[in-house]
Design a protein around this ligand. Structure first.
Ligand code: ARG
Length: 602
């Protein structure tokens, strides 16, 4: 049995986390010295100039044992003389333990990581079923910059959970039913009242071809939307059109189907360009038939009651410190709302999948809204009591002026335009370093541009606002996507050179570090599985970004002081090759869960 493994009951042996193994050794030392082993918890050093890891257990033990902390620390040091883990354990005043690891210990751990699936990340004994609801595109409207964050963050949350061994379903949950459709229909009628769809006595078949294209739609919706804000009668007509659609008027349904048929392939294309893919293309419209039954149930069980004409469910709780208004199920005219479809969707997902978790990724301004919906779903028992509901609310993407990102003339920027701008900027940067630009260079520019956009977003904690800074995001230096890709490409190119030189040895073995920089790189690698566990349990893609930024820095520092390709000592060289391959594989795994890829060269 390898020293890196521990037993879990009823399970195969799992690889332990690096820091846990180190703590284990320290705990043994505390115990052997006659102290509580729990004092031996080890953390990363906050003085990396002095040591790699530290333990403050002697400080905590001082109170417990009524002894000077330095006495305890010294006794622990004495127990570590023959340690296979620590090369140096030093007690420093007033009682800290500074730790350095044995080179071979770290190397052995890394070699073990190479052997294990997923570098030794522990898989759950029973995978959770998780639904991630993200994207939230509205049909008939062009995707704009506001759709970027839910797509990027949701995609990464989904991929991280999948990598962590869970069964994950991504659902786009389109806005495909409400007033926006009514608005488009109203504007169409305004322009083409002669269309057969508006003849309510018509009983024949409707044309299979839509009476508009995707670019028509992109133009119609904003016009209709601004008209409805200025003209109350127009808005009234749009609401009526929405009502007719919802109550099944044939011509309106036929137009809605056309809108879907024109819109959805366009959405797919847009998400495809972002490397974002959904397992389910469900929307608000899909649960319409479930609403009447759900409403009856809520009334019959006494959860819902009429208040000022509307049907509502109270969701406030005694412990509330803020006002939580009732959840409205039906408006006084009987129309359903955004809430209603979300509740019906929860009911449908529960019946179909019995998920352990549902994660919603939307703008954080919907926080109170989801609080109401979640409470209502629980109170009315639409959901299994064990199912966890989680809202990940993200902050605003701002321009350099600190205000929500806009086009130069202050309009809402379409996603296509934004992605196009970054692609152009990346193409320009890449062409600076290349003699000839060809198709491959163009593809590379796109790959790197996507890393710039996604990393720029994901490296911030989702809940925070951030500034979308094209110059910064597309830079090859600093905490950026292109820097990470540059590092991966650099490793690939070294490995290619070695290959050309005569080949990569079979199953090379990582050896004990020969320099500070090499050791720092190895310790950074060893933290992979603990990092991934946290990124999953905290639904926090920014932890993956922070990790790979440190890893890339550690690698580049090592690279700058090590001549790998020309190294004469073949064993040493083989060790470095093994190390490089591991760094490359980990970086590529990490960018994959972030939702982008690396090119072969840059
Ligand atoms: N379409 C919605 C919007 O534009 C987002 C949908 C989010 N998901 C949900 N289940 N409500 O705000």
């Amino acid at each position: 049995m390898s020293v890196f493994r521990g037993k879990r009951i009823g399970m195969e042996e799992d690889m332990k986390r690096f820091l846990d193994l180190i703590s284990e050794e320290m705990k043994n030392a505390f115990e052997a010295a006659g102290y509580d082993r729990e004092l031996g918890k080890v953390t990363l050093s906050n003085r990396p100039d002095l040591c790699e890891y530290q333990c403050n257990g002697a400080m905590a033990g001082a109170k417990l044992y009524k002894k000077a902390p330095i006495m305890i620390a010294q006794a622990v040091v004495d127990q570590c003389a023959d340690s296979k883990v620590f090369s140096e354990v030093t007690a420093v005043m007033p009682g800290f333990l500074n730790l350095k690891l044995r080179e071979e210990f770290a190397a052995d751990y890394l070699n073990q990581m190479v052997q294990e699936p997923k570098f030794g990340l522990v898989m759950p004994s029973k995978p959770c079923k998780i639904i991630v609801d993200y994207g939230g595109a509205n049909v008939a409207k062009a995707l704009h910059v506001g759709h970027l964050r839910p797509a990027i963050i949701g995609e990464s949350i989904k991929r991280i959970a999948r990598y962590a061994g869970h069964e994950v379903i991504g659902d786009i949950h389109m806005g495909d039913w409400g007033l926006q459709i009514g608005l488009v229909i109203t504007e169409l009628k305004e322009r083409h009242p002669e269309l057969v769809y508006f003849d309510e006595s018509y009983e024949g078949e409707y044309p299979s071809e839509a009476p508009f294209t995707i670019s028509d739609l992109g133009e119609i919706y904003p016009v209709a939307s601004s008209k409805s804000k200025e003209d109350a009668a127009y808005k009234e007509r749009a609401m009526e059109a929405t009502f007719k659609l919802q109550s099944g008027v044939r011509g309106h349904r036929a137009l809605w189907r056309h809108i879907m048929n024109v819109s959805v392939p366009n959405l797919k294309q847009n998400y495809d360009n972002l490397n974002v893919e959904f397992d389910l293309w469900k929307g608000e419209s899909d649960v319409q038939d479930l609403i009447p039954g759900m409403v009856d149930y809520m009334k019959k069980e006494g959860y819902a009651y009429i208040s000022e004409g509307a049907l509502v469910v109270d969701v406030k709780e005694e412990t509330d410190t803020k006002e939580v208004p009732p959840c409205m199920i039906l408006k006084s005219d009987g129309a359903s709302l955004y809430n209603t479809t979300d509740l019906a969707t929860i009911m449908e997902r529960t019946e179909k999948y019995h998920p352990d978790r549902m994660i919603y990724v939307t703008d954080k301004r919907q926080e109170l809204y989801f609080e109401q919906v979640f409470r209502c779903a629980r109170k009315t028992k639409l959901i299994d009591p064990e199912t966890e509901l989680l809202h990940i609310g993200f902050g605003t993407m701002n321009g350099k002026d600190g205000k929500p990102f806009k086009t130069r003339d202050g309009g809402v920027m379409s996603l296509e335009l934004l992605v196009g701008e970054i692609n152009d900027e990346m193409y320009r940067k890449i062409s600076e370093s290349r003699k000839e630009m060809d198709k491959e260079a163009e593809e590379t520019a796109k790959i790197v541009a996507l890393s710039a956009i996604k990393y720029g977003d994901l490296s911030n904690q989702a809940s925070k606002d951030y500034i979308f800074d094209i110059d910064k995001f597309t830079s090859f230096e600093g905490d950026t996507g292109p820097y990470i890709l540059y590092t991966i490409v650099r490793i690939k190119s070294i490995l290619n050179k070695v290959k050309e030189q005569g080949g990569i040895p079979e199953n090379p073995v990582i050896r004990g570090a020969g320099s500070e920089a090499e050791k720092a790189l190895m310790l950074q690698i060893a933290g992979f599985n603990a990092m991934m566990e946290t990124a999953y349990s905290e639904t926090a893609p920014h932890k993956v970004c922070a990790y790979i930024y440190d890893l890339a820095n550690a690698f580049n520092r090592f690279y700058h002081e090590t001549k790998i390709v020309t190294e004469e000592d073949q064993e040493k060289k083989a060790g470095w090759i093994a190390l490089l391959m591991l760094v490359r594989d980990i970086l590529e795994t990490c960018i994959d869960v972030l939702g982008f890829t690396a090119p072969e060269r840059m």
